[in-house]
Design a binder for this molecule. Structure first.
Ligand SMILES: CC(=O)SCCNC(=O)CCNC(=O)[C@H](O)C(C)(C)COP(=O)(O)OP(=O)(O)OC[C@H]1O[C@@H](n2cnc3c(N)ncnc32)[C@H](O)[C@@H]1OP(=O)(O)O
Ligand SMILES: O=C([O-])CC(=O)C(=O)O
Length: 376
């Protein structure tokens, strides 16, 4: 009989490596990207500058930013073979499956897939960053029976993303709220999807394979899929006056309330106040007081009943809903942002690699012999 092992289910509380990309500190309720508080970045920078920071470790100079933006804008178009593969998928396919497939096709068509030098991986990361908005916007449009809108190289990342989705650039307040959401979603240390990308990279697999795996991990409701689930919850509840009864029944059934709780933050997610401020601007823009009443009622009842606070997916879901995104598109929007964090971690893992391979404690039947009769 072996000694009982101290098993860390879900790797909770386990520190598995160093990272210089971001610091999540639940004690001070803070999140730093390369040393900068994410709230300050959201207030003062565009998403493109934050992407540059996460990949290169420093904010860009004006000249570096201009070069970076020009390159990003030149890479936004989708190749015909990618469009064809998307067109061949049923409109009933979940958009996360479409995004996952499109990234896989881009990887299969890239003659440099096996080149994992830092320069080659930066180039691939930037190309995915530039193309994901085209994929996500196109998929929402084709599900609505609308034609593809080509990217515009006179627009910044967020304005172009919204234009490709809706056929117009919305008011600045909407573009800013969208840009803030992209910055807040971009990176969060060793979360499940990033860790998936690092595990795949640790086998010396390629960047596209790691990203495809990460998309699969993000899809689940306990991770990125929660932003969609929040809108489904709101739909189920209906209005603020029904929150108390709905929550009674849901908690009695031991349901997890989506958009609440976090593995690392136990006293509130550092990003929520910034996203709530952006949501407030959208509520004013779209005159969506009813939605906000429901939002506030569920948040305060969860606090009173369970002392559990919202995570970033709670304000992001309704924000994307107000902008006009279909609920199923919310997690692909998360992909478009998190591609930055994933690829930064892929490069960091590769630069200091060790195969990720934990142990397990066997608790199946003891060794036994196959009965002779089963072979006859
Ligand atoms: C961007 C992101 O990925 S943020 C996360 C998005 N995911 C969600 O919003 C899904 C809903 N939340 C959850 O399921 C969880 O809070 C998780 C998975 C995010 C974190 O979970 P863990 O750290 O594993 O905590 P765990 O699930 O063990 O919860 C601890 C306790 O709080 C309760 N709890 C935690 N979150 C919730 C929730 N959202 N609703 C109801 N109860 C909850 C659990 O039931 C458990 O209670 P118990 O001790 O009485 O059994
Ligand atoms: O850190 C986590 O476990 C989940 C999360 O908030 C994120 O990935 O943004």
């Amino acid at each position: 009989m072996t000694e009982p092992t101290d098993i860390k289910k879900g790797l909770a509380g386990v520190v598995v490596d160093y990272t210089a990309i971001s610091k999540v500190n639940p004690d001070t309720n803070s999140l730093l990207y390369r040393g900068y508080p994410v709230q300050e970045l959201a207030a003062q920078c565009d998403f493109e500058e934050v992407a540059y920071l996460l990949w290169h470790g420093e904010l860009p100079t004006d000249a570096q930013l201009a070069e970076f933006q020009a390159l990003e804008r030149s890479l936004r178009h989708l190749d015909e073979n990618v469009k064809r593969v998307i067109d061949d998928l049923p409109v009933t396919a979940h958009p996360m499956d479409v995004v996952r497939t499109a990234v896989s096709v881009i990887g299969a068509n890239d003659p440099e897939t096996a080149n994992s030098s830092r320069d080659a991986e930066l180039q691939k990361a930037l190309a995915l960053f530039a193309k994901l908005p085209s994929i996500v916007a196109y998929d929402q449009r084709r599900r609505r029976g609308e034609p593809l809108i080509e990217p515009r190289d006179d627009l910044g990342y967020s304005a172009n993303f919204l234009h490709m989705t809706f056929g117009e650039v919305p008011d600045l307040v909407v573009v800013n709220a969208f840009d803030v959401s992209m910055i807040l979603y971009a990176e969060h240390s060793f979360n499940a999807s990033t860790f998936t990308a690092r595990v795949i990279t640790s086998t010396l697999s390629d960047l596209y394979s790691a990203v495809v795996g990460a998309i699969g991990a993000l899809k689940g409701e306990l991770h990125g899929g929660a932003n969609e689930a929040v809108m489904h919850t709101f739909g189920e509840i209906g209005s603020a006056d029904k929150v108390a009864d709905w929550l009674d029944a849901a908690l009695a059934e031991k349901r997890k309330i989506m958009g609440f709780g976090h593995r690392v933050y136990k006293n509130g997610d550092s990003r929520v106040p910034t996203m709530e401020a952006a949501l407030d601007t959208l509520v004013a823009e779209y005159d969506a007081g009813d939605l906000m009443e429901l939002y506030t009622a569920l948040k305060s009842d969860m606090q009173q009943r369970k002392n559990i606070k919202p995570n970033l997916d709670y304000p992001s879901g309704p924000a994307y809903h107000l902008m006009g995104y279909d609920t199923e598109t919310f997690t692909p929007l998360f992909v478009a942002s998190r591609i930055v964090g994933w690829t930064a971690h892929i490069m960091e893992q590769r630069a200091s690699n060790s195969l990720i391979r934990p142990l397990s404690e066997y608790n199946g039947v003891e060794q036994r012999t196959v009965p002779d009769s089963e072979k006859n």
